[in-house]
Design a protein around this ligand. Structure first.
Ligand code: BG6
Length: 481
């Protein structure tokens, strides 16, 4: 299958930091269909060779095992092309159309890796130039809006030029291997399904913790914050994967219909429940990996006195028969105790304990990163002088080891899916809008609350109020238990 893959924003961070390294991995793994062309589009003038040299240099920032050798890069670079475009000029789109038509590939993927404020102009121009035929797909990178109205506006312009089946909205968490394994665990095995409900599950915790601070992205981050940056998209997408009903088929819309139902069933926030069930925090100076680090307000491009949250913990419920009353705790933050992304499914305790000692219950831990795997925590009997003693043990499945040769990174997987036209791991506009609808009352309550976020020391697990919030239900966060 031949393809043309066009990156708008071809010299931007996302392109050289994530997309090109992912494409190179696909190339190295022999997954990139032969006969493809990759075209980077940006404002300044450069030749193909200058662009190739630019990308080659950027690979030093990639972990060493994923860097190309000279020979590999030479072969990869044969696919790379560059084109200067002024995104407001119709004739530049006509030129692009001609470049694509000359080859007449089976598929054209247009990846908008630009700032989202350019999405409307790009989509309008693509539509006007006729670069929206049935063989064209458009990939949209987040942030897709900063609230419901702006997300709806982006969707309106996308819809004016493209059918929903041509729109590939990226949430790179859906491309992570652990998330696909979650689907396999739930719907490829009969074992857990009878337990996957309120009768057996006490609570579910989703933690997306980062050790890094905002780095040089202070200007972007300060207008975004953790709720928009991580909860509205990544954390909610994981929640839908955990809570959805089994879809009737593995087709994109069957899956996305079920995910949408979960989003619609989330308990709506009120000003009172925001005050009770949502904790926002902002990191202060602290120590990470033994090194002193600056607080958020001292990061570059962060305005003095900013109330931007770098941490959110919240409690919600999925209001349906399967999940009624089961708390879902979501938590994310920058400059926390380390990089640690996982979902913990805490099962209920035995109804009638006959053993003395540990009362700890079963749990299933789905690890997203840094490791990628599953742990099932059970209690086992350890014989001793005082008789039987129950001790926690775990069954570990390390996917990195188990599938060492086949592991595929999130962007690599999603790029290959976009080329192949598989929409399963992309977000539909109604899901995305519903997620905004749900977080909006939180944004509004915070805007009206002059207190701002609670401080936490960098290198900790966030403000103590986040622990107090789950303690009200008699729970603890996983790393504190
Ligand atoms: C991005 C956020 O979507 O996800 C970043 O904008 C965040 O702020 C990143 O650091 C985390 O992704 P990952 O894959 O490194 O966990």
């Amino acid at each position: 299958m031949s393809f043309d893959l066009v990156f708008f924003g071809g010299t931007g961070d996302l392109t050289w930091r994530k997309l090109m390294p992912a494409l190179f991995q696909a190339f190295r793994h022999g997954k990139l269909p032969p006969g493809g062309r990759i075209l980077a589009v940006a404002r300044d003038e450069r030749s193909d060779d200058e662009y190739r040299a630019f990308i080659r240099e950027r690979f030093v920032e990639v972990e060493s095992a994923k860097r190309p050798s000279d020979d590999e890069f030479k072969r990869f670079a044969e696919m790379l092309h560059y084109r200067r475009m002024d995104l407001s000029q119709p004739e530049h789109y006509a030129g692009l159309k001609q470049w694509i038509a000359d080859r007449n590939a089976d598929t054209t993927v247009l990846y908008l890796a630009t700032s989202p404020y350019l999405f409307p102009v790009i989509c309008e121009q693509l539509g006007a130039a006729g670069l929206n035929g049935p063989r064209v797909r458009v990939v949209l990178e987040k942030p897709l809006g900063h609230d419901l109205a702006s997300a709806q506006e982006i969707n309106r312009v996308v819809r004016a030029a493209f059918a929903e089946t041509q729109a590939f909205r990226i949430d790179h968490y859906l491309g992570k291997p652990a998330v696909q394994n979650l689907m396999a665990l739930r719907f490829g095995n009969a074992l857990f399904e009878p337990l996957w409900r309120r009768e057996s599950i006490a609570n579910i915790q989703i933690t997306l913790a980062e050790g890094l601070g905002v780095g040089t992205r202070g200007d972007y981050y300060n207008t975004t914050g953790a709720l928009r940056d991580m909860i509205q998209n990544h954390a909610l997408q994981l929640l839908t994967m955990i809570a959805m009903e089994p879809p009737s088929t593995n087709d994109a819309d069957a899956i996305r219909d079920e995910k949408l139902k979960v989003l619609r069933s989330l308990k709506p926030f009120t000003p009172e429940s925001v005050a009770r069930d949502v904790v926002r925090g902002q990191y202060k100076t602290g120590t990470v990996d033994g090194q002193p680090v600056a607080g958020y307000l001292d990061e570059v491009k962060v305005p003095p006195g900013s109330h931007c949250e770098t941490f959110v913990a919240l409690r919600t419920e999925v209001q349906n028969w399967r999940w009624a009353g089961v708390p879902f705790y979501l938590r994310t933050g920058k400059r926390l105790a380390g990089q640690h992304a996982q979902i913990v499914v805490n099962f209920r305790e035995v109804p009638h304990p006959i053993f003395s000692g540990s009362a700890c219950a079963n749990k299933l831990v789905i690890k997203l990163q840094p490791e990628d795997g599953l742990e099932l925590h059970l209690l086992a009997a350890k014989g001793g002088a005082q008789g039987e003693m129950l001790v926690p043990v775990s069954l570990d499945l390390d996917f990195d080891k188990a599938f060492a040769t086949q592991r595929v990174g999130a962007y690599e997987r999603l790029l290959m899916d976009a080329i192949a036209g598989r929409l399963n791991l992309f977000v539909r506009s109604d899901e995305q809008e519903q997620a905004w609808r749900w977080v909006e009352p939180v944004l509004q309550a915070w805007a009206a609350d002059a207190n701002g976020p609670r401080p936490y020391a960098a290198g900790t697990w966030g403000p103590p109020a986040a622990s107090a919030m789950v303690a009200r239900d008699g729970c603890t966060w996983d790393e504190e238990s």
